[in-house]
Design a binder for this molecule. Structure first.
Ligand code: UT7
Length: 373
């Protein structure tokens, strides 16, 4: 039997707090007019205390499971693409695995900056088509506001927080993920980075004093790189899928800058009516931007089952990539389901108790084995 990886569920998690351009103009030397004309961004959502990459991701994952109609114990794999993980380790994916009660899933983080969601979807799709797994959740989740220098007007105007999730499921029906392109060029690593906090420059009072835990970016260089690779990657993904540009219903690009998207669309000769853009309301949410834009386009009725979509992204690394998919929607299934999202409060209580029981069992085992040792 042929196996295809279909996108059958979707969800988002977005902080309530909104930071407008006018708010920013009170913090740094900038203006709404400059930000809108240079980037297209009008506002962004910012995580408040208590909101984290895992909490936004959990919300998105539960919505996606609800749409797909999958139970937590059906999930085999959770991949979280993020550049703002909660910790160096454990992975944010593991924290989300625990919070959604996916007791049979393997979970790991993937680091490919803003391109990460495309890489993660490709990894999950490959695992499904190879027969290794049946169901995966792929997330793009960020709280990059915690790595932004709020005194640097060149970067603080760009970024926002949020998370998006897709459920990928196996099916014998042709469709789903059709092709993918993944590329990297580490020679451009210094163009967009958070220099300290890793093993090369561990956190110290000096690194904090020097502002090395903040995002540093050469905006102009990243702009030039982005417009070049988006066209290339999109064309490659379409060709690999055996399609032509005219077959494409939607291009859903990484939402970094409206001018980048328009330049790439112009070079592709793709009308902007076929390009999904929502960065005016979210800013650049890095790897979460593609699923956030997709879910909005599904919810407002633009993206429909059967549509051919090309997702295209670029970012730090440098990394870039594209992925073509035939949009599916939920797979009809006769099995009765227990959808956690419907019983959200009850389900959250259940997963917390489950997590506490697991911790307690480990504690008791530790006491027993500790005494024996
Ligand atoms: O996910 C990937 C993440 N990164 C990106 O996608 C970034 C890609 N690059 C960009 O989006 C653009 O390069 C920026 C939006 C970052 C900057 O736009 P730009 O048109 O490339 O501006 P620029 O860097 O060439 O700066 C033009 C002027 C400079 O002043 P001078 O030197 O000409 O006097 C900047 O100092 O604008 C000034 N400027 C600002 N002015 C008001 C830079 N930031 C601001 C600001 N408000 N926020």
């Amino acid at each position: 039997m042929n196996r295809y990886a279909h996108i059958t569920g979707w969800g988002i998690g977005v902080p309530e707090k909104i930071l407008t351009n006018d708010d920013l103009a009170q913090m740094v030397d900038t203006s709404d007019e400059w930000i809108v004309s240079r980037t297209g961004i009008r506002q962004r959502h910012i995580a408040e205390e208590g909101e984290t990459t895992a909490s936004l991701g959990t919300e998105a994952a539960l919505q996606a499971m609800e749409v797909a109609g999958v139970n937590p114990n059906e999930i085999d794999l959770i991949i979280v693409s993020t550049s703002s993980p909660e910790h160096v380790f454990p992975s944010t994916a593991s924290l989300i695995q625990d919070r959604i009660g996916a007791s049979k899933a393997g979970a790991f983080d993937l680091s490919a900056a803003c391109t990460g969601f495309i890489f993660a979807m490709n990894m999950a799709a490959q695992a499904i088509t190879s027969g290794s797994i049946n169901t995966a959740i792929v997330l793009g989740a960020e709280t990059l506001s915690r790595f932004v220098n709020w005194e640097d007007r060149e970067t603080c105007i760009l970024f926002g927080d949020g998370a998006g999730a897709f459920v990928l499921q196996t099916s014998a029906d042709p469709g789903g993920v059709l092709s993918s392109v993944m590329r990297s060029d580490g020679s451009g690593g210094d163009l967009l980075s958070v220099p300290a906090g890793g093993s090369k420059r561990p956190a110290s009072s000096q690194t904090v004093q020097d502002g090395l835990h903040f995002i540093q970016m050469n905006g102009r260089e990243v702009f030039r790189f982005a417009t070049r690779v988006m066209k290339q990657a999109t064309e490659e993904a379409i060709e690999q899928a055996g399609m032509i540009l005219d077959d494409v219903n939607w291009v859903i690009p990484h939402q970094a800058n409206r001018r980048i998207i328009e330049t790439a669309a112009r070079r592709l000769k793709m009308p902007m009516e076929k390009v999904v853009v929502n960065l005016d309301r979210y800013g650049n949410t890095s790897t979460a931007s593609i699923p956030l834009a997709t879910v909005e386009a599904i919810r407002d009725g633009r993206v429909k089952p059967g549509d051919l979509i090309v997702f295209v992204g670029f970012g730090a690394g440098l990394t870039w990539g594209a992925l073509a998919a035939r949009w599916t929607g939920p797979i009809p299934d006769e099995k009765p389901k227990v959808w956690p999202y419907r019983f959200y409060t009850l389900y959250q209580a259940y997963v917390r108790v489950r997590s506490l029981i697991l911790r307690f069992v480990r504690f008791v085992e530790g006491v027993i084995w500790g005494k024996r040792g």
